[in-house]
Design a protein around this ligand. Structure first.
Ligand SMILES: Cc1cc2nc3c(=O)[nH]c(=O)nc-3n(C[C@H](O)[C@H](O)[C@H](O)COP(=O)(O)OP(=O)(O)OC[C@H]3O[C@@H](n4cnc5c(N)ncnc54)[C@H](O)[C@@H]3O)c2cc1C
Length: 459
């Protein structure tokens, strides 16, 4: 039947394109509807880390890692509020998905120590390369119809009570397509929706809003209309580490604190253990006077910058004029308008404490999570970056089970409706572990397709 497909996928970021590639390989007919002119959503803007364990790259670098450690880290960062079954499903599928991505032509470059991981586990991709490889793979199968500037507006159930109809706007027309096996929502989060952020996360007023232009929570509304339950909204958090200009063309970000920098407020006082999740740091940063915060570091840390790395390319940020440099702490304080005596005192207390192996103020014992050892900040020149919080990804979303089926308030699957990627809640719990969002988009994008095609097998 014309306009009838096995699967309809709403949104073409990492989750939607992995789903499309998986479905195409299985011979299903697929319609992918993407609201924007280009594919990629927030995935294209991402910091490019994916969380996988036990990979060839880790082995080459002598990093001992395994699924159990990854799962344990994820539950620890989520403070046990995550849905354990979802985290375990991630664990069960993570290594195989990594290998599948490699087979799709996605290039992984190296691993970095990133927030929330007890070992270096942030596998870097180049988002555009990954998105292009997945798209090309799905397209070349001939099974997938891609439409851009196709905005899904409503879903409808069929006579059997299963979600099966998608109503969307394309080229000025309102069109309907039907899905025999299921509708998969991979429409991302709502980091660009002022309306939803002010309704669900007023504590993030003052945070920058960064994300795919189309990420305004359409999928959450579409699923809610079909009776979806929602998860994790109380835990919405911003990410600390962005320059206040980062919502412009440059997503300027530096996580010098994970290399040993300290973070101070406008009184030049530390206010947090800098090794904890940048999400948790973000919560504290927004509570500081006038929400003004700086990272401060020295040459020893500057030397650990990593060229072309979105999080650690300090030299590039300095070239853009976003990092201040000074020969003395006094000169640095003057440049960024912090009280000089207070800054000297803060650094001298911190240096004494880390030399003695105990940060009496905030209990910092590592650089990030349990990894690395903080060192005194004493090697001139010194550096400072005005740093703020950005809302990048919302993570809270519709309730799903391990098969990516969307659940109603009674934890029952809504027949025919699947969700994967940032739209799905319940996974991160109280905190997000770096790389797990792109990771879950890839893993559960494929899982959703596999369950839709198996549960309602018509192939
Ligand atoms: C700056 C930045 C850095 C980040 N760094 C990392 C990182 O290093 N590691 C990590 O794991 N995560 C990171 N994240 C988060 C991560 O990028 C996202 O959570 C992830 O990419 C979401 O993938 P997705 O496929 O679910 O959604 P997206 O990639 O956002 O794709 C959703 C797509 O759906 C489309 N859409 C929305 N509504 C509709 C509609 N009504 N009809 C049709 N299409 C629609 C959107 O236009 C979009 O293209 C970062 C995010 C940002 C913004």
């Amino acid at each position: 039947m014309e306009n009838s497909y096995h699967l309809i996928i709403v949104g073409a970021g990492m989750a939607g394109l992995c789903a499309a590639a998986e479905a195409a390989a299985q011979g299903a007919s697929v319609l992918v509807l993407e609201k924007e002119e280009k594919f990629g959503g927030s995935s294209l803007l991402s910091g490019r880390y994916m969380a996988f364990a036990g990979t060839d790259i880790q082995q080459r670098e002598g990093i001992a890692d395994q699924t159990e450690y990854l799962v344990a880290d994820m539950l620890a960062v989520g403070e046990g509020k995550n849905e354990v079954d979802l985290v375990e499903a991630y664990g069960e599928r993570q290594f195989e998905t990594y290998q599948w991505l490699v087979a799709q032509g996605v290039e992984f470059h190296k691993v970095q120590a990133v927030s929330g991981h007890s070992v270096p586990r942030g596998h870097t991709i180049t988002p555009l390369q990954a998105i292009t490889a997945l798209y090309e793979g799905a397209k070349s199968s001939g099974n997938v119809v891609f439409k851009t500037q196709a905005i899904v507006q409503r879903l409808r159930k069929n006579a059997a009570g299963r979600v099966a109809e998608v109503i969307y706007e394309h080229e000025g027309e309102i069109l309907t397509a039907t899905a025999e096996n299921g509708v998969l929502l991979t429409s991302g989060g709502f980091s660009k929706s002022e309306e939803l952020l002010s309704a669900f996360a007023p504590q993030l007023d003052g945070a920058l809003r960064i994300g795919g232009a189309g990420n305004v929570g359409d999928g959450i509304r579409l699923a809610s209309e079909q009776g979806a339950w929602l998860r994790d909204f109380p835990y919405l958090k911003g990410t600390f580490g962005f320059h206040p200009t980062a919502d412009g063309p440059w997503k300027s970000q530096a996580l010098a604190f994970y290399k040993g920098a300290i973070i101070v407020n406008k009184r030049a006082e530390r206010f947090v253990n800098e090794s904890i999740s940048y999400k948790l740091i973000g919560t504290e940063a927004l509570r500081q006077p006038d929400q003004i915060t700086y990272q401060i570091w020295d040459q020893a840390i500057m030397d650990q910058g990593v060229a072309v790395d979105a999080l650690y390319d300090f030299a590039k940020l300095q070239a853009l004029g976003l990092i201040e440099q000074a020969e003395t702490l006094e000169e640095l304080a003057e440049k960024i308008d912090l009280p000089i005596e207070a800054l000297n005192k803060t650094i001298s207390v911190y240096n004494g404490d880390v030399s003695n192996g105990s940060d009496r103020q905030f209990g910092r014992t590592s650089l990030t999570h349990h990894f690395g050892k903080p060192q005194p900040i004493r090697q001139a020149p010194f550096y400072a970056m005005h740093t703020t919080v950005a809302m990048l990804a919302t993570y809270a979303g519709v309730s799903v089970d391990r098969y990516a089926q969307v659940l109603n308030p009674y934890h029952e699957p809504i027949e025919g409706l699947y969700a994967a990627g940032e739209i799905a809640g319940g996974f991160h719990g109280a905190g997000y572990m770096t790389g797990s969002s792109l990771g879950k988009a890839a893993i559960f994008g494929r899982v959703a397709v596999q369950s839709a095609l198996t549960k309602h097998a018509v192939l």
